[in-house]
Design a protein around this ligand. Structure first.
Ligand code: SF4
Length: 377
């Protein structure tokens, strides 16, 4: 099947180039604690051996940054760093990676009086000085609050789009064009729409595609496949990640899943469009990363799926998130949300917090809430 790809520009990430018709790259992210250098290097190697083109590592502190420098010494893989709230770490980590990812929605937590443009300028300066590409990574759960406030709360797509376009414009004005963009949501239909709209406005900018918090295989792969078939089938997308909730040892399966989807699309083995998640239970869970504070999260995600099987016919969304960095925000839109701390799991009904429960208590408590929700409908 001949697919006419969008005429994106070339962006080099270490030894890899994306865009401008280069093969679609497949990425993954480590879920080990970054400061556990041996475990992180082992996971980077396992992902690279599975065919990962770029491997992302989360860095939240100076200690993580120091560990990243050690990881860099032990691998030649193309590394990307995930900066969350601490944009100032960019200059510390840039010498050790090939790409820096920042989230526009996370530039508001520190130094609130400093304009976001100045923060982006310092990230760009660090990337330029150290031969790094940048990803502007917009995520449904953490959109720029000013953009969100401008639109109907039901419209989650326009604020994401506007935020991405605004950041592209700033980077362009700084003469920095070695960047790509991602616009991720847990709903494949929204991923399709927001990326189509972005590509219609900026078909020169390479896109990194992904469905965030897709969950466990096989469901997580199916959700992702739906979005990728629709987008890549129309020439949109230069690099991908299949985000799956998996135990650490199985993380390379993200690469395998991505390559299988790409091969199927290239061969025309696509499924018909599914109106996903509208009339049935939808469980979303984060793919886990180094920020997970209790490994019991992975088992909990599987237990939630098994326990809620009886509610399959109900259009209810349950989100299970691994940490306090993104958990509180990304559970807001779910009917029931769980985000995991070191010893407790926080239970929410949409944006309302219902309490914190131990890992032993949480399942029956979740079931009570689910039963109540079903009874109310
Ligand atoms: S919710 Fe937390 S643990 Fe899960 S992938 Fe996001 S940052 Fe990592």
């Amino acid at each position: 099947m001949e697919i006419q790809r969008n005429p994106t520009r070339a962006v080099r990430i270490g030894s890899l180039t994306i865009g401008q018709g280069h093969p679609i790259a497949v990425q993954s992210m480590t879920a080990t604690h970054t400061q556990d250098v041996a475990a992180t290097v082992a996971q980077v190697q396992a992902i690279a051996e599975a065919g990962g083109d770029v491997i992302r590592i989360a860095v939240d502190s100076q200690k993580d940054a120091a560990a990243l420098a050690e990881v860099r010494q032990q691998t030649t893989a193309n590394l990307s760093v995930d900066l969350q709230e601490n944009y100032r770490l960019a200059e510390v980590v840039a010498p050790h990676v090939d790409k820096v990812r920042y989230n526009p929605g996370h530039l508001y937590h520190h130094e609130r009086d400093k304009p976001w443009q100045d923060k982006v300028k310092s990230i760009v300066a660090a990337a330029s000085a150290h031969d790094c590409a940048i990803r502007i990574g917009v995520n449904c759960g953490s959109v720029d609050p000013d953009k969100r406030a401008k639109y109907d709360p039901e419209d989650s797509i326009t604020p994401m789009l506007e935020s991405a376009l605004e950041h592209c414009k700033l980077l362009d004005s700084l003469g920095f064009t070695r960047y790509c963009v991602s616009l991720k949501d847990s709903d494949p239909a929204k991923v399709i729409e927001v990326n189509r709209r972005f590509a219609a406005e900026r078909n020169d900018v390479p896109l990194h595609l992904g469905v965030t918090e897709a969950g466990m295989p096989p469901d997580g792969i199916i959700k992702t496949r739906i979005a990728f078939e629709q987008l890549i089938g129309q020439g949109i997308g230069d690099t991908i990640r299949v985000s799956l909730t998996l135990p650490n040892a199985r993380k390379p399966e993200e690469i395998e899943a991505g390559r299988t989807i790409l091969a199927d699309i290239a061969a025309g083995r696509v499924r018909t469009v599914v109106d996903f998640g509208r009339d049935e239970l939808n469980i979303i869970s984060c793919p886990s990363c180094s920020r997970v504070e209790n490994e019991a999260f992975i088992e909990l995600a599987a237990d939630v799926k098994a326990m809620t099987a009886y509610a399959q016919q109900h259009a209810i969304t349950i989100a299970v998130m691994g940490c306090r960095v993104n958990g509180p925000g990304e559970t807001d839109d779910a009917d029931l949300g769980l985000w995991c701390g070191p010893s407790h799991v926080n239970l929410k009904r949409r944006s309302e917090t219902l309490g914190a429960f131990s890992y032993d208590e949480i399942l029956p408590r979740l079931k009570d809430e689910l039963d109540q929700l079903i009874a109310e409908r």
